[in-house]
Ligand binder design. Structure first.
Ligand SMILES: Nc1nc2c(ncn2[C@@H]2O[C@H](COP(=O)(O)OP(=O)(O)OP(=O)(O)O)[C@@H](O)[C@H]2O)c(=O)[nH]1
Ligand SMILES: [Mg+2]
Ligand SMILES: [Zn+2]
Length: 300
Protein backbone atom coordinates (compact mmCIF):
# COMPACT_ATOMS: atom_id res chain seq x y z
CA UNK A 1 0.00 0.00 0.00
CA UNK A 2 1.17 3.48 -0.87
CA UNK A 3 2.30 5.40 2.20
CA UNK A 4 1.63 9.11 2.26
CA UNK A 5 2.85 11.78 4.66
CA UNK A 6 0.77 14.23 6.64
CA UNK A 7 0.42 16.28 9.81
CA UNK A 8 -2.16 15.66 12.54
CA UNK A 9 -4.15 18.88 12.93
CA UNK A 10 -6.98 17.95 15.28
CA UNK A 11 -8.58 15.15 17.24
CA UNK A 12 -12.11 13.83 17.23
CA UNK A 13 -13.40 11.39 19.80
CA UNK A 14 -12.44 8.33 17.74
CA UNK A 15 -10.27 9.62 14.97
CA UNK A 16 -8.09 12.51 13.89
CA UNK A 17 -7.82 14.91 11.00
CA UNK A 18 -4.66 14.91 8.93
CA UNK A 19 -3.45 17.42 6.35
CA UNK A 20 -1.52 15.77 3.52
CA UNK A 21 1.97 17.23 3.28
CA UNK A 22 2.03 17.25 -0.52
CA UNK A 23 -1.48 18.18 -1.57
CA UNK A 24 -2.65 20.14 1.48
CA UNK A 25 -5.86 18.06 1.36
CA UNK A 26 -7.57 17.09 4.61
CA UNK A 27 -8.84 13.69 5.57
CA UNK A 28 -10.05 11.76 8.58
CA UNK A 29 -7.71 9.03 9.79
CA UNK A 30 -8.16 6.19 12.22
CA UNK A 31 -5.52 4.69 14.42
CA UNK A 32 -4.65 1.01 14.38
CA UNK A 33 -5.58 -0.84 17.57
CA UNK A 34 -1.97 -1.83 18.20
CA UNK A 35 -1.10 1.82 18.95
CA UNK A 36 -3.13 1.73 22.14
CA UNK A 37 -1.59 -1.56 23.21
CA UNK A 38 1.89 -0.18 22.57
CA UNK A 39 1.07 3.03 24.40
CA UNK A 40 1.57 5.15 21.26
CA UNK A 41 -0.42 8.34 21.51
CA UNK A 42 -0.27 10.83 18.68
CA UNK A 43 -0.66 14.53 19.48
CA UNK A 44 -1.49 17.56 17.36
CA UNK A 45 1.49 18.49 15.21
CA UNK A 46 2.76 14.94 14.77
CA UNK A 47 4.07 14.05 11.35
CA UNK A 48 2.61 10.73 10.31
CA UNK A 49 2.66 8.18 7.53
CA UNK A 50 -0.77 6.98 6.48
CA UNK A 51 -2.44 4.79 3.88
CA UNK A 52 -5.78 5.35 2.17
CA UNK A 53 -8.39 2.89 3.29
CA UNK A 54 -10.94 3.01 0.48
CA UNK A 55 -13.84 4.89 2.06
CA UNK A 56 -12.05 8.23 1.70
CA UNK A 57 -10.53 7.79 5.13
CA UNK A 58 -6.96 7.10 6.04
CA UNK A 59 -5.19 4.84 8.46
CA UNK A 60 -2.18 5.99 10.45
CA UNK A 61 0.71 3.57 9.98
CA UNK A 62 3.55 5.33 11.72
CA UNK A 63 4.31 8.43 13.77
CA UNK A 64 7.61 10.05 12.86
CA UNK A 65 9.94 11.14 15.67
CA UNK A 66 9.02 14.51 17.21
CA UNK A 67 11.50 17.31 16.70
CA UNK A 68 10.10 19.48 19.45
CA UNK A 69 7.30 19.06 21.93
CA UNK A 70 5.52 21.84 23.70
CA UNK A 71 3.72 20.86 26.88
CA UNK A 72 1.19 23.64 27.22
CA UNK A 73 -0.54 23.40 24.85
CA UNK A 74 0.54 19.84 24.06
CA UNK A 75 1.70 20.10 20.48
CA UNK A 76 4.70 18.84 18.51
CA UNK A 77 7.02 20.09 15.76
CA UNK A 78 6.25 23.76 16.24
CA UNK A 79 8.71 25.97 14.35
CA UNK A 80 8.04 29.31 16.03
CA UNK A 81 6.02 30.97 18.76
CA UNK A 82 4.18 34.18 18.13
CA UNK A 83 3.84 35.87 21.46
CA UNK A 84 0.81 38.11 21.08
CA UNK A 85 0.27 40.94 23.54
CA UNK A 86 -1.39 44.30 23.82
CA UNK A 87 -0.28 47.37 25.76
CA UNK A 88 -3.85 48.58 26.31
CA UNK A 89 -7.15 46.76 26.82
CA UNK A 90 -5.63 44.73 28.37
CA UNK A 91 -2.24 46.22 29.24
CA UNK A 92 -0.07 43.13 29.47
CA UNK A 93 2.56 43.63 32.16
CA UNK A 94 6.21 43.22 31.21
CA UNK A 95 6.57 40.66 33.99
CA UNK A 96 4.05 38.48 32.15
CA UNK A 97 5.81 39.01 28.83
CA UNK A 98 9.12 38.06 30.44
CA UNK A 99 7.66 34.80 31.73
CA UNK A 100 6.35 33.92 28.30
CA UNK A 101 9.79 34.63 26.85
CA UNK A 102 11.47 32.36 29.38
CA UNK A 103 9.01 29.58 28.50
CA UNK A 104 9.72 30.06 24.80
CA UNK A 105 13.49 30.07 25.31
CA UNK A 106 13.13 26.98 27.49
CA UNK A 107 11.29 25.24 24.64
CA UNK A 108 14.15 26.35 22.35
CA UNK A 109 11.76 27.92 19.90
CA UNK A 110 12.23 31.15 17.99
CA UNK A 111 9.86 33.89 19.15
CA UNK A 112 8.29 36.80 17.34
CA UNK A 113 6.60 39.34 19.60
CA UNK A 114 3.36 40.58 18.09
CA UNK A 115 2.07 43.79 19.64
CA UNK A 116 -1.61 43.90 18.71
CA UNK A 117 -4.14 46.74 19.11
CA UNK A 118 -1.68 49.45 18.02
CA UNK A 119 -4.78 51.40 16.94
CA UNK A 120 -5.07 52.23 20.66
CA UNK A 121 -1.46 53.40 21.03
CA UNK A 122 0.68 56.49 20.41
CA UNK A 123 3.96 56.09 18.55
CA UNK A 124 6.04 56.69 21.68
CA UNK A 125 4.25 53.89 23.54
CA UNK A 126 5.32 51.44 20.85
CA UNK A 127 8.85 52.87 20.90
CA UNK A 128 9.09 52.45 24.67
CA UNK A 129 8.25 48.78 24.29
CA UNK A 130 10.73 48.29 21.44
CA UNK A 131 13.49 49.84 23.53
CA UNK A 132 13.13 47.04 26.05
CA UNK A 133 12.63 44.09 23.72
CA UNK A 134 13.73 45.16 20.26
CA UNK A 135 17.40 44.36 20.52
CA UNK A 136 16.90 40.66 21.14
CA UNK A 137 13.48 39.92 19.68
CA UNK A 138 11.69 40.51 16.41
CA UNK A 139 8.70 42.71 17.07
CA UNK A 140 5.79 43.10 14.71
CA UNK A 141 3.20 45.68 15.69
CA UNK A 142 -0.23 45.14 14.23
CA UNK A 143 -3.88 45.94 14.56
CA UNK A 144 -6.42 43.36 13.65
CA UNK A 145 -9.13 45.98 13.93
CA UNK A 146 -7.52 48.54 11.59
CA UNK A 147 -5.70 45.95 9.47
CA UNK A 148 -2.28 47.41 10.20
CA UNK A 149 0.78 45.34 9.20
CA UNK A 150 -1.26 42.20 8.54
CA UNK A 151 0.77 41.47 5.39
CA UNK A 152 3.98 41.44 7.39
CA UNK A 153 2.41 39.00 9.84
CA UNK A 154 1.34 36.79 6.96
CA UNK A 155 4.95 36.74 5.69
CA UNK A 156 6.17 35.66 9.13
CA UNK A 157 3.68 32.79 9.25
CA UNK A 158 3.90 31.63 5.65
CA UNK A 159 4.95 28.01 5.13
CA UNK A 160 5.59 27.36 8.82
CA UNK A 161 4.00 25.60 11.76
CA UNK A 162 3.43 28.25 14.41
CA UNK A 163 1.67 28.70 17.69
CA UNK A 164 -0.07 31.86 18.85
CA UNK A 165 0.43 32.30 22.57
CA UNK A 166 -0.46 35.11 24.89
CA UNK A 167 -2.80 36.29 27.60
CA UNK A 168 -6.53 36.08 27.22
CA UNK A 169 -8.09 39.02 25.41
CA UNK A 170 -5.00 40.27 23.54
CA UNK A 171 -6.59 39.36 20.20
CA UNK A 172 -5.05 36.07 19.06
CA UNK A 173 -8.27 34.72 17.56
CA UNK A 174 -9.11 38.13 16.07
CA UNK A 175 -5.75 38.22 14.32
CA UNK A 176 -6.19 34.74 12.89
CA UNK A 177 -9.62 35.72 11.60
CA UNK A 178 -8.12 38.80 9.99
CA UNK A 179 -5.34 36.77 8.38
CA UNK A 180 -7.84 34.31 6.97
CA UNK A 181 -11.38 35.70 6.98
CA UNK A 182 -12.92 32.32 6.11
CA UNK A 183 -11.90 31.00 9.49
CA UNK A 184 -14.56 32.55 11.74
CA UNK A 185 -13.01 31.73 15.09
CA UNK A 186 -14.94 32.80 18.12
CA UNK A 187 -13.85 36.11 19.52
CA UNK A 188 -14.70 37.27 22.99
CA UNK A 189 -16.35 40.51 23.99
CA UNK A 190 -13.83 42.07 26.31
CA UNK A 191 -15.31 43.23 29.56
CA UNK A 192 -14.11 46.81 29.82
CA UNK A 193 -14.59 47.13 33.54
CA UNK A 194 -12.17 44.34 34.29
CA UNK A 195 -9.95 44.98 31.28
CA UNK A 196 -9.61 41.26 30.99
CA UNK A 197 -10.80 39.03 28.18
CA UNK A 198 -12.62 35.80 28.83
CA UNK A 199 -11.38 32.41 27.68
CA UNK A 200 -12.95 31.82 24.31
CA UNK A 201 -10.49 29.43 22.74
CA UNK A 202 -10.33 26.16 24.57
CA UNK A 203 -8.92 23.26 22.54
CA UNK A 204 -5.76 22.69 20.56
CA UNK A 205 -5.97 22.52 16.82
CA UNK A 206 -3.66 23.40 13.96
CA UNK A 207 -5.54 25.67 11.60
CA UNK A 208 -4.73 25.56 7.93
CA UNK A 209 -4.26 28.93 6.26
CA UNK A 210 -4.90 29.77 2.65
CA UNK A 211 -1.52 31.48 2.31
CA UNK A 212 0.24 28.27 3.36
CA UNK A 213 0.95 27.68 7.02
CA UNK A 214 -0.38 25.80 10.01
CA UNK A 215 -1.13 27.80 13.14
CA UNK A 216 -2.37 26.78 16.57
CA UNK A 217 -4.55 29.25 18.41
CA UNK A 218 -4.16 28.56 22.10
CA UNK A 219 -6.31 29.67 24.99
CA UNK A 220 -4.81 32.57 26.88
CA UNK A 221 -3.41 31.82 30.27
CA UNK A 222 -3.45 34.25 33.12
CA UNK A 223 -0.95 32.50 35.26
CA UNK A 224 2.19 30.94 33.93
CA UNK A 225 3.90 28.26 35.86
CA UNK A 226 7.66 28.13 35.65
CA UNK A 227 9.11 25.07 33.92
CA UNK A 228 11.68 22.79 35.55
CA UNK A 229 14.59 25.20 35.58
CA UNK A 230 17.18 25.48 38.33
CA UNK A 231 17.73 28.99 39.68
CA UNK A 232 21.31 28.84 38.38
CA UNK A 233 20.13 28.07 34.86
CA UNK A 234 17.54 30.81 34.66
CA UNK A 235 20.06 33.35 33.35
CA UNK A 236 20.56 31.40 30.15
CA UNK A 237 16.93 32.16 29.21
CA UNK A 238 17.41 35.92 29.41
CA UNK A 239 19.24 36.69 26.19
CA UNK A 240 20.70 40.04 27.22
CA UNK A 241 22.05 38.53 30.43
CA UNK A 242 23.58 35.44 28.80
CA UNK A 243 25.15 37.69 26.25
CA UNK A 244 27.11 39.58 28.93
CA UNK A 245 27.88 36.66 31.25
CA UNK A 246 31.55 36.33 30.42
CA UNK A 247 32.58 39.68 31.87
CA UNK A 248 31.60 39.05 35.51
CA UNK A 249 34.36 38.47 38.08
CA UNK A 250 33.03 34.99 38.81
CA UNK A 251 32.39 32.70 35.88
CA UNK A 252 29.39 31.18 37.69
CA UNK A 253 27.97 34.57 38.67
CA UNK A 254 24.19 34.61 39.08
CA UNK A 255 24.12 38.42 38.99
CA UNK A 256 22.36 38.74 42.33
CA UNK A 257 24.81 40.17 44.90
CA UNK A 258 28.18 38.82 43.81
CA UNK A 259 31.09 41.28 43.75
CA UNK A 260 32.38 42.39 40.35
CA UNK A 261 29.12 41.64 38.60
CA UNK A 262 29.21 43.18 35.14
CA UNK A 263 25.54 42.48 34.47
CA UNK A 264 24.56 44.63 37.44
CA UNK A 265 26.81 47.39 36.14
CA UNK A 266 25.00 47.27 32.83
CA UNK A 267 21.67 47.46 34.64
CA UNK A 268 22.88 50.55 36.49
CA UNK A 269 24.13 52.07 33.25
CA UNK A 270 20.77 51.34 31.65
CA UNK A 271 21.98 49.11 28.82
CA UNK A 272 20.18 46.12 30.34
CA UNK A 273 16.66 47.28 31.06
CA UNK A 274 15.66 47.47 34.73
CA UNK A 275 12.29 45.81 34.18
CA UNK A 276 13.98 42.83 32.53
CA UNK A 277 16.48 42.54 35.37
CA UNK A 278 13.68 42.80 37.96
CA UNK A 279 11.79 40.00 36.22
CA UNK A 280 14.96 37.96 36.34
CA UNK A 281 15.32 38.58 40.09
CA UNK A 282 11.68 37.72 40.77
CA UNK A 283 11.83 34.48 38.84
CA UNK A 284 15.19 33.61 40.40
CA UNK A 285 13.73 34.04 43.88
CA UNK A 286 10.68 32.03 42.94
CA UNK A 287 12.83 29.16 41.67
CA UNK A 288 15.00 29.34 44.80
CA UNK A 289 11.86 29.15 46.91
CA UNK A 290 10.63 26.14 44.96
CA UNK A 291 14.01 24.45 45.40
CA UNK A 292 13.87 25.06 49.16
CA UNK A 293 10.36 23.64 49.38
CA UNK A 294 11.39 20.54 47.48
CA UNK A 295 14.50 20.11 49.60
CA UNK A 296 12.39 20.56 52.74
CA UNK A 297 10.02 17.85 51.66
CA UNK A 298 12.87 15.45 50.91
CA UNK A 299 14.50 15.88 54.29
CA UNK A 300 11.51 16.43 56.47
N1 LIG B 1 -8.97 47.99 19.59
C1 LIG B 1 -8.70 46.75 19.18
N2 LIG B 1 -9.37 45.71 19.70
C2 LIG B 1 -9.06 44.46 19.27
C3 LIG B 1 -8.06 44.24 18.29
N3 LIG B 1 -7.95 42.91 18.09
C4 LIG B 1 -8.86 42.32 18.90
N4 LIG B 1 -9.54 43.24 19.62
C5 LIG B 1 -10.62 42.96 20.60
O1 LIG B 1 -10.05 42.27 21.72
C6 LIG B 1 -11.02 41.34 22.28
C7 LIG B 1 -10.43 39.97 22.52
O2 LIG B 1 -10.09 39.38 21.29
P1 LIG B 1 -9.86 37.79 21.09
O3 LIG B 1 -9.42 37.64 19.67
O4 LIG B 1 -11.03 37.01 21.53
O5 LIG B 1 -8.66 37.51 22.10
P2 LIG B 1 -7.88 36.12 22.36
O6 LIG B 1 -6.45 36.49 22.53
O7 LIG B 1 -8.19 35.15 21.29
O8 LIG B 1 -8.50 35.67 23.76
P3 LIG B 1 -8.61 34.15 24.37
O9 LIG B 1 -9.20 33.29 23.31
O10 LIG B 1 -9.47 34.32 25.55
O11 LIG B 1 -7.21 33.74 24.73
C8 LIG B 1 -12.21 41.38 21.32
O12 LIG B 1 -13.21 42.21 21.88
C9 LIG B 1 -11.66 41.99 20.06
O13 LIG B 1 -12.64 42.68 19.30
C10 LIG B 1 -7.37 45.39 17.75
O14 LIG B 1 -6.48 45.30 16.89
N5 LIG B 1 -7.73 46.61 18.24
MG1 LIG C 1 -9.04 33.24 21.36
ZN1 LIG D 1 27.21 38.83 37.27
Amino acid sequence: MDRRKGVVVRFGSRNMEVVDSETGGRLVCTMPGRFRMQGIRPIVGDRVEYTLSGNGQGRIENILPRETELLRPRISNIEQILLVLSLKEPAVQNTVTDRFLVLAEFARLPVVIVVNKVDLLHGDEIEGFCEIYGEYYDICHVSSKEQINIDRLREILKGKVSVMAGMSGVGKSSLLNTLNPGLKLRVSEISRGLERGRHTTSYVELLQFEFGGLIADTPGFANLEMPEITPENLKSYFLEITHENEMCAFSDCNHIDEPGCYVKELVEAGSIHKSRYNSYLNMYNELKEREREKGGRKHG
